[in-house]
Design a protein around this ligand. Structure first.
Ligand code: FRU
Length: 524
């Protein structure tokens, strides 16, 4: 109670101050983010077909142009040259007699193995699941299968392959979807991973048309609280070494640590046929335990871009910033859902073994318009940032390094507030050794009982004295990258009036700001 009173005081003092700054209430399109990708209108879910080709990052996505709730799936399409600005393009793939167009991937067929190329130029090939509604309604189990399509004009128009489906569902597995394909340098063949109920299947092909089953993985490992969907599989080099490992990303719904949809991962070796877990990873993914890519509730079905040029070499990732628990109920009007910011994944050695870290893609630095330094100081209650910097947390990046005195029981973090007394809090609890994201008082929440019933938490894996928080706030979302990406947490929220106030808070003790920087980011 005391804490909330202190907070209300903080909010009151701020809003009592006469500022010349325009205290934006709600924009004509409430909750439309400034720098996150959203569809122009209507329903969006998973990112699909992410591929880099001729200077463009392609982002296709699960799209229903007929409504703001899920419906017959198409692939929407956008391109970007810098991962910041996105150009919307016409719908790329429409449903056909074989079914709706579910999630999948795209590759550049550099050697024209498929024969789809023209005039010596490599084609783009999309590999996706088709879902036959009629089959599902008839109670059959073979209504999902894998199909392909190709483009010879930089992804602007697509032709479906006449031999579809390229992988029929002969085993009659109800959930049989979301193919992700890469070129496997070692075997000089295409490698596909897709989800089949509670495991993944690996298939191989010389030409993207003819596929052979290699192996299955996962029945006995990791979290199984829901159906497996949208896997991704790729080699990574352990940071600072030449050691190569393979990483499997695996979304599942429900079953994530803070509820609903989430993405786990596995680390191991691939011999061209079978994926075997790294011995050190086994312990972390046995008996239902899992390694989680993100501990918030709003990063799902994320996968990585294909064909990032070798000299760049990054593993760039993007996820759907929502959760099936409430995605169709969130209070946006003309569209539903945003994507996370693009992130770079790295494989790091930690005391607990190898771990996948997430960091914002460096391109996002270009969004910075102005910066404000937070001086080294002790915070005991609340330290205002917005008033001092003149920046709005509706559009902000924060970098903070904090130390808490030995043995202190401090909880500290950032608090966003508006004149309605609504708050969003994100930070670290020293007693529990947990990062947390608290949207329980952040505005609209009654649209779903699953939305804001509890504070989301993630145990801090490291024990460095300095705790690092790197955050992105964008009208209706927060993405936290803690301790250089060891923990990430992504959450959305819906204040009934924009959060215009941000401060650092410390409770039950003090926190020392070692360094801090706030950036105002470019708007729409
Ligand atoms: C994941 C998912 C995929 C499927 C798609 C349908 O969010 O359920 O498994 O392909 O969405 O839109």
């Amino acid at each position: 109670m005391l804490k909330r009173l202190a907070l209300l005081y903080f909010i009151g003092v701020f809003f009592a101050c006469k500022t010349t700054r325009n205290q934006a209430k709600m924009s004509p399109e409430p909750y439309r983010p400034n720098f996150h990708f959203t569809p122009p209108s209507m329903w969006m879910n998973d990112p699909n077909g992410m591929v880099f080709f001729e200077g463009e990052y392609h982002l296709f996505y699960q799209y229903y142009p007929g409504s703001t709730v899920w419906g017959p799936m198409h692939w929407g399409h956008a391109v970007s040259r810098d991962l910041v600005h996105w150009e919307h393009l016409p719908i790329a793939l429409y449903p056909d007699s074989l079914g709706l167009i579910f999630s999948g991937s795209a590759v550049v067929d550099w050697n024209n193995t498929s024969g789809f190329g023209q005039n010596g130029k490599p084609p783009l090939v999309a590999i996706f699941t088709q879902h036959l509604m009629e089959g599902e309604k008839a109670g059959r189990h073979d209504f999902q299968y894998q199909s392909i399509a190709y483009s010879n004009d930089r992804g602007r128009t697509w032709t479906k392959y006449r031999g579809n489906p390229v992988i029929p569902n002969t085993e009659h597995i109800h959930d049989f979807r979301d193919p992700k394909v890469i070129w496997n340098e070692e075997s000089q063949k295409w490698l596909m991973v897709f989800a089949a109920k509670d495991q993944v299947k690996f298939w191989s092909s010389p030409d993207l048309k003819h596929w052979t089953h290699l192996s299955d993985f996962g029945k006995e490992w990791g979290a199984h609280g829901g159906v497996w969907e949208c896997p991704d599989f790729f080699p990574m080099t352990v940071a600072g070494t030449n050691q190569k490992k393979w990483v499997l990303l695996q979304s599942l719904n429900p079953g994530s640590p803070n509820g609903g949809s989430g993405t786990q991962y596995f680390i191991g070796d691939f011999d061209g046929k079978t994926f075997s877990l790294d011995p050190a990873c086994k312990e972390s993914v046995s008996d239902g335990k899992a390694l989680w890519l993100d501990w918030g509730r709003d990063n799902y079905a994320g996968v990585t871009w294909s064909d990032i040029p070798k000299p760049d070499g990054r593993r760039l990732f993007l996820g759907w910033m929502s959760n099936w628990d409430y995605a169709m109920l969130v209070p946006t009007k003309n569209w539903r859902s945003a994507m996370t910011i693009p992130r770079e994944l790295t494989l790091e050695k930690t005391s607990a073994g190898l771990r996948v870290f997430s960091q914002p893609a460096r391109e996002l630095k270009r969004m910075r318009k102005g910066s404000y330094n937070i001086e080294r100081q002790e915070v005991n209650e609340n330290l205002d940032i917005s008033q001092k910097s003149g920046f709005s947390p509706a559009n902000m990046e924060v970098e903070l390094e904090i130390e808490i005195p030995e043995g202190a029981k401090t909880t500290f973090g950032l608090v966003l507030a508006n004149t309605k007394g609504e708050t969003y809090r994100v930070g670290f609890d020293a007693v529990k050794n947990e990062f947390f994201s608290d949207r329980t008082h952040a505005g609209q929440r009654d649209f779903s009982k699953n939305f804001a019933e509890k504070i989301h938490t993630a145990t801090r894996p490291g024990s460095q004295q300095t705790i690092k928080l790197h955050l992105f706030f964008d009208v209706a979302s927060c993405e936290l990258f803690a301790d250089d990406g060891a923990v990430s947490m992504t959450d959305i929220f819906f204040p009934s009036e924009n959060f215009e106030r941000i401060g650092i808070f410390a409770e039950n003790g003090s926190a020392r700001v070692v360094s801090g920087k706030v950036y105002q980011l470019q708007g729409r």
